[in-house]
Design a protein around this ligand. Structure first.
Ligand SMILES: O=C(O)c1cc(=O)[nH]c(=O)n1[C@@H]1O[C@H](COP(=O)(O)O)[C@@H](O)[C@H]1O
Length: 283
């Protein structure tokens, strides 16, 4: 049976698991439990154990492609991981984090990689090469697209905060504000677009929410980067399917012994509860 569109899938997973939490799958070999480290499929085995332990506490999983592609044989492990998630947690959508951005002909290949090779439900993209670098992904209208808008890293200021003075927007509009406005007005012909905004900048998150009232926001930066989960909910929540809060290291490395998966489950549960406590009404 065909999978429902991403937005619908996300909303259902949020309601079913009563969770806004997305667990990021960023397996770094030196941080894996010793018992797994020497296994040839260690990346897969580690992530699959985290998936099995947390699938009923999350609304999405977000594997970061670099952690797999950096290693010979890693991409095959990523393919296997996506197949595993579809088998054990078909209700939980997968956001492939690849931050792609390129000219149209190359973007078409990246789209094929994400949606056909890996079967991802959604993908992160950089929109900073403009509309023709995004439009090839519209050929997959059921899949979600999260455009980088205001990223979680301090260096995001270097460009994303630049004030614009052209006639296409209000004077002094910031570059990230332009991205949010375009995403909400011109870059979403099939209702599949969302934005990435760092948890580390709750004021900008609130501003993006104002400019794009109904778009799903993917918010990384709680946990290891220090973002405040409750502040994210206050600034970004606009109803089911509109806010996805990602934590990677704080969950997947919560423990390092043989009970690492149980430790990840406990960390995911605590973060889920913290996010839910900040909601005005339960999911
Ligand atoms: O697109 C992303 O997911 C992303 C955007 C951003 O602005 N900041 C950011 O940290 N990320 C990703 O989100 C994850 C954050 O990981 P933790 O800091 O360990 O929770 C990493 O996979 C980053 O690549």
């Amino acid at each position: 049976m065909a999978r429902p569109d991403f937005r619908h899938q996300l909303e259902q997973a949020q309601r079913q698991n009563r969770s806004l939490l997305c667990v990021g799958l960023d397996p770094e070999p030196s941080r894996l439990p010793e018992a797994l480290r020497d296994q040839p499929d260690a990346l897969f085995a580690f992530c699959a154990a985290i998936v099995d332990a947390t699938a009923d506490r999350v609304c999405a999983f977000k594997p970061q492609i670099a952690y797999f592609a950096a290693h010979s044989g890693g991409e095959a492990q990523l393919e296997r991981l996506l197949a595993h998630i579809r088998a054990v947690a078909p209700q939980v959508p997968v956001i492939l984090d690849a931050k792609r951005g390129d000219i149209g002909s190359t973007a078409a290949q990246y789209a094929r990689e994400a949606f056909e090779r890996y079967g991802a439900d959604a993908l992160t993209l950089s929109p900073y090469m403009g509309s023709d670098s995004i439009s090839p992904y519209w050929d997959y209208p059921q899949r979600g697209l999260f455009l980088l808008c205001r990223t979680s890293n301090p260096g995001g200021d270097d460009l994303q905060q630049l004030p614009l003075q052209d006639a296409a927007g209000p004077p002094g509009e910031r570059l990230y504000e332009r991205v949010a406005r375009l995403a909400a007005s011109q870059w979403d012909p099939h209702g599949q677009t969302g934005l990435v905004v760092g948890a580390t900048y709750p004021q900008e998150l609130a501003r993006v929410r104002e400019l794009a009232p109904g778009l799903p926001l993917l918010v990384p930066g709680v946990g290891a980067q220090g973002g405040d989960a409750a502040a994210v909910v206050r600034a970004g929540w606009a109803g089911p399917g509109t806010l996805v809060v990602n934590a990677s290291r704080a969950v997947i490395y919560a423990g390092s012994g043989t009970d690492f998966a149980q430790a990840a489950r406990a960390a995911a549960q605590a973060l889920r509860d913290e996010l839910n406590a900040a909601l005005a009404a339960p999911l």
